[in-house]
Design a protein around this ligand. Structure first.
Ligand code: HEM
Length: 505
């Protein structure tokens, strides 16, 4: 009996000690959070939702309820000025809309991509996603090596050679639209454009002929699911621990796995072709294989890096351009005067010609302005962040080192202080004689880590839009919302459903 009491006494004492330890650790952490608040609270910002979680509940709620989080950032930027503070636990993010600081930080290699946010793109709920590929690599050496190898697949000379594929794939879309116009059926433009951009990237980047325009591809669903998973994982640190999210997390894992398994298959086919001495294109896949090291001896790490870049190019190259095109169509349909002007330009440059040349693209200047203006209001990939480890002064505020600075081209693009009547769609803002926006417009990012596919995307978008304007009149089926779906990238919430008619030329 005595032994039992002694055991109970010691057991109770041990539990008490553990509880005291946890309580002191928690108290210590709270004191640290308080210290962080004191350190950064001279920077303006919205009131925190809670002491510990800071502004995270607002951000989670915006995402959960399907609103565009960038509108909240816009509201905070308007209310609190060129720098505002966001807290979450002990972390501080500074939203910046100061052109000088945007220039200084994004253009300088001194400020790397921040490890906290980009590390969350490495895995999605335990399955490797973008890993250490080009977009998410935070280690400079590792990124630089990959970028140097990849550059030739994006040189002007190489891209000029892709005009045939851009034309051919866009023609498939025109054939589909012709059928819809003839049968007077509605065209779900966002879906059709997503198939075209997937068709282009799989052909151009990976040498695969999927001919997707008439079919639904499991890729599109998988890409969408991964992006939704990515945004949930980025904005809610506890997302994966909530029971109710289990079915969705399973879906995301499967989607991610599907993309990587396809990558494995395609890479293996290409490597076999190389080993058999077959003539293979010098495309993105060839560069991906090169960037992973010696083709003879492939380590597990090499294998992973190749798949990281496979998924990176599939996602970066497909979703962004499809959304830009879909938003562009929406704005043209809402602004008949802009549509008419763009059509006139296309008629005078192309006439009835089917095969658009690289030089024709240079002459479609107004169409170029329309596409730029589309990205001002609807940048497909709006947010960037950088790690600022040393003290810095922005717009008169001393910001101690140790923050993540966030730059948002959507926010800048919709601010009156940078663009007069920001919600008016006006391509003349980008007229060659107009003053260039000063570090407040960066849909393809800025500096060394800017978009590698910028020229590729601009060529592809121009070819598709030029053919569309040359052949068809389109109007939006009434009753659709103009809302934006924020899945990390921005896409139209409606399907951009249009009535299509052949043009009377
Ligand atoms: C309208 C179309 C596009 C937009 C708006 C866009 C935008 C961007 C932005 C903002 C970034 C920086 C992302 C970050 O730092 O987190 C980026 C990076 C990148 N984009 Fe694009 N992109 C587009 C199309 C493309 C296409 C078609 C490709 C490939 C064919 C591509 C490949 C890449 C790559 C590889 C990077 C990483 C570059 C690096 O860090 O070295 N993008 N893009």
């Amino acid at each position: 009996m005595g032994a039992f009491y002694l055991f109970s006494y010691w057991f109770g004492f041990a539990i008490l000690c553990i509880l005291l330890l946890i309580a002191s650790a928690f108290l210590g952490y709270c004191l640290y959070v308080k210290y962080i608040h004191l350190k950064y609270d001279h920077i303006p910002g919205p009131p925190r939702d809670s002491f510990l979680f800071g502004h995270a509940p607002t951000m989670i709620e915006e995402t959960r309820s399907g609103r565009n989080l960038h509108d909240k950032f816009l509201q905070w930027s308007e209310m609190y000025g060129p720098v505002y503070r966001i807290n979450s636990l002990h972390m501080v993010i500074i939203g910046v809309t100061c052109p000088e600081a945007t220039k200084e930080i994004l253009m300088s290699p001194k400020y790397p991509k921040d490890k906290l946010l980009y590390a969350r793109l490495f895995n999605l709920f335990g399955v490797r996603f973008l890993g250490s590929g080009l977009v998410s690599a935070t280690n400079h050496e590792q990124w630089y090596k990959q970028r140097r190898i990849m550059d030739p697949a994006f040189s002007t000379l190489y891209l000029r050679g892709l005009m045939g594929t851009f034309n051919e794939r866009a023609e498939n879309l025109m054939d589909e639209l012709t059928k819809l116009a003839d049968s007077k059926k509605e065209a779900k433009m966002h879906q059709l454009l997503s198939r075209v951009t997937l068709d282009v990237i799989t052909k151009v980047a990976f040498g695969m002929d999927l001919d997707l325009v008439n079919n639904d591809s499991p890729f599109l669903k998988a890409i969408e699911t991964c992006l939704k998973g990515m945004v949930a994982n980025l904005r809610d640190l506890f997302f994966q621990y909530k029971q109710k999210n289990r079915p969705f997390i399973k879906e995301v894992r499967e989607a991610c796995q599907f993309l990587r398994t396809t990558g494995e298959d395609w890479i293996s086919k290409r490597r076999t072709a190389v080993q058999n001495g077959e003539d293979v294109p010098k495309d993105i896949l060839t560069q991906i294989i090169k960037s992973a090291g010696q083709e003879e001896e492939i380590t597990k790490e090499d294998e992973d890096l190749m798949l990281d870049n496979f998924v990176t190019f599939l996602i970066a190259g497909q979703e962004t351009t499809a959304s830009q095109l879909a938003f562009c169509i929406t704005e043209l349909a809402r602004n008949p005067d802009v549509m008419e002007k763009a059509q006139k330009e296309v008629d005078s440059v192309l006439g009835m010609k089917q095969e658009i040349s690289y030089d024709d693209l240079g002459e479609l200047t107004y169409l170029g302005q329309v596409l730029k203006e589309t990205l001002r209001l609807y940048p497909s990939a709006p947010g960037l962040s950088r790690e600022v480890s040393s003290d810095i002064t922005i717009a008169g505020y001393d910001i101690p080192g140790g923050t993540i600075q966030m730059f948002d081209t959507y926010v800048n693009g919709r601010m009156d202080k940078f663009f007069k009547d920001p919600l008016t769609f006006d391509p003349d803002r980008f007229h060659p004689d107009a003053t260039k926006p000063y570090y407040c417009y960066f849909p393809f990012a800025l500096g060394a880590r800017s978009c590698l596919g910028q020229k590729f995307a601009q060529m592809e978008a121009k070819v598709v839009m030029a053919k569309l304007l040359q052949r068809f009149d389109f109007s939006l089926v009434p009753g659709q919302s103009f809302d934006i779906l924020d899945t990390g990238t921005l896409r139209p919430k409606s399907g951009v459903v249009c009535n299509i008619k052949h043009r009377d030329q």
